[in-house]
Design a protein around this ligand. Structure first.
Ligand code: C2O
Ligand code: CU
Ligand code: CU
Length: 509
């Protein structure tokens, strides 16, 4: 049930002026929310979105849009600022902490922040209807109810999400909890966030977005420069220790088929919604936009002076649709199409250090759902994703800000089975069937069934909030709609597809 507190989200200027003591320019907050006096935050942050310049290449700095932040109350290490990057600070919170975040929009466009993967009340989720204008502030208040894991935040203004994320607006939101702490996983300098994104730059080092217009919107924006934590040619220098690598695919549209170049299997310990029950070993992991994996990376046996590489391997971008038409490139050919192989991170082993950690055989306990545990086992909800006539469609419908159709209404406290299908293979000869990574706001879910050609690379063992569906693929997911009523989004996380309408609301009541 929603408690009273969560309704106490009021509008109007108010106590925000208190913040001016910290030097944050909140005075002109026209539509600022006044704070709920009953909500006593453990952690209070200010996040500001504004244009900025960063040095990515020699020569001209690159103009970007970026989040900057400041801790107003709570542990000063709750914000980790990465240097020389467009990425926002990493927010670190503990499960059950109450968090208040003042988002100030100093962009020249409307925006709103969404907490990707977090289970928060609808009003705090960053729905596009809640966008604020340039100069305004939105105050979020929520309790962190998620288990330990790697979540993230990014803008969500309808039709502009792709543009704003591409411009640099994104950051990690890392949650810790007691269960995770007991495992004594690699921490501090051994716990490394890696946000993988692709970008395209012109000869003046400036970002290029959708240079081929509608063609790029259909494929989703693909850049030819792979950036990690905002930097091309990313190199990590490590000691002979075991590391925890937290990987987010923060790209608008690119899919990665990640593997160690030398053929060592990847040891995966967590996915979107936190730790797996036990480690999973994979030759490669296919990571769609918005998905996360965490790796246990053991460099203890490598001699100082050796190098490793995390690569993205070749895959056929539209596996089951390949027979439908020519390969990508019909309309002018990306330099680096989805599925092309490349290096992602170079790792240099530079220091000898002693390692004593061992990979825990049990990481967590997860109560696994099965299809028959659901209230609608007999008739799973069907959602079909496809592009048609330059529109992104779900069950034939495009996004409408406030609309909820009959088959999008969910009962509070029900456990449901949803069948998600990528129906893009239905398209005619002229169109390339597209992958659709499907994301639900507000909930983590479990994948209980799946068909697909790349399935060897999927890690479906844990909690997920985004599931990649290649053309023709389908997946059945299960989740329980607890705690919060209201309207939440579900959509394709190829951001240009979402912006083209492949996004809808579901309503919990
Ligand atoms: Cu990252 Cu609407 O999502
Ligand atoms: Cu989300
Ligand atoms: Cu899509």
């Amino acid at each position: 049930m929603i408690n009273r507190r969560q309704f106490l989200y009021l509008t109007g200027a108010g106590a925000l002026n208190l913040l001016n003591a910290d030097g944050w320019p909140f005075a002109s907050a026209g539509r600022a929310a006044s704070m709920n006096k009953e909500f006593v935050p453990d952690l209070e942050l200010a996040l500001r979105a504004a244009p900025s310049q960063v040095k990515i290449f020699p020569g001209e700095p690159t103009t970007v849009w970026t989040y900057s932040g400041q801790v107003i109350k709570g542990d000063p290490n709750s914000l980790i600022h990465l240097d020389q990057t467009y990425l926002g600070p990493i927010i670190r919170a503990r499960m059950n902490q109450k968090v208040r975040i003042h988002f100030k929009n100093d962009l020249s466009a409307r925006s709103i922040i969404h907490w990707h993967g977090l289970h928060v009340p609808a009003r705090m989720d960053g729905h596009p209807k809640d966008v604020i204008s340039s100069g305004d502030t939105f105050t979020y208040e929520f309790e962190v109810l998620n288990r330990a894991g790697t979540y993230w935040y990014h803008p969500h203004p309808h039709g502009r999400t792709g543009h704003q994320v591409y411009g640099g607006l994104a950051g990690l939101f890392v949650v810790s909890d007691d269960e995770e702490e007991k495992l004594n996983l690699p921490d501090g300098a051994l716990d490394i966030p890696l946000v993988i994104q692709d970008r395209a730059f012109n000869s003046d080092n400036q970002l290029i977005y959708l240079p081929r217009g509608m063609h790029d919107s259909m494929t989703g924006m693909l850049g030819d420069t792979i950036c990690v934590n905002g930097k091309p040619d990313y190199t990590l220098s490590v000691s002979t220790r075991i590391y925890r690598l937290r990987i987010l695919n923060g790209s608008n549209s690119r899919i990665y088929k990640l593997a160690w170049k030398d053929g060592t299997p990847l040891t995966v310990i967590a996915t979107d919604g936190g730790l797996l029950e036990k480690p999973v070993h994979k030759k490669y992991v296919v990571l769609g936009p918005a998905e996360r994996i965490e790796l246990w990376a053991d460099f203890s046996q490598y001699p100082v002076g050796s190098s490793l590489e995390l690569v993205s391997k070749y895959f056929e971008p539209a596996m089951q649709g390949a027979a439908m038409g020519p390969r990508r490139g019909m309309m002018g050919g990306e330099i680096l199409p989805n599925g092309a192989p490349f290096s992602v991170i170079k790792i240099d082993v530079t220091r000898k250090e002693k390692e004593t950690r061992k990979l825990p055989q049990k990481l967590s306990s997860i109560e696994r759902y099965q299809s028959r545990d659901t209230d609608n086992y007999e008739s799973p909800r069907q959602f079909s994703f496809f592009m048609r006539h330059m529109h992104g469609l779900i069950n034939g419908r495009t996004f409408q800000m406030q609309a909820v159709a009959g088959d999008e209404k969910v009962r509070l406290n029900s456990t449901e089975l949803w069948e998600l299908t990528n129906d893009d293979r239905r398209m005619g000869m002229m169109m390339m069937p597209m992958p659709h990574p499907v994301h639900l706001h507000g909930k983590q879910f479990q994948v209980v069934e799946r068909s697909g050609v790349l399935h060897n690379g999927y890690v479906d063992e844990g909690w997920k909030d985004t599931v990649l569906l290649m053309p023709g693929e389908r997946a059945k997911i299960v989740t329980s709609f607890t705690d919060y009523t209201g309207m939440f989004l579900y959509h394709c996380h190829i951001l240009e597809h979402g912006d083209m309408g492949m996004m809808r609301n579901y309503l919990v009541s």
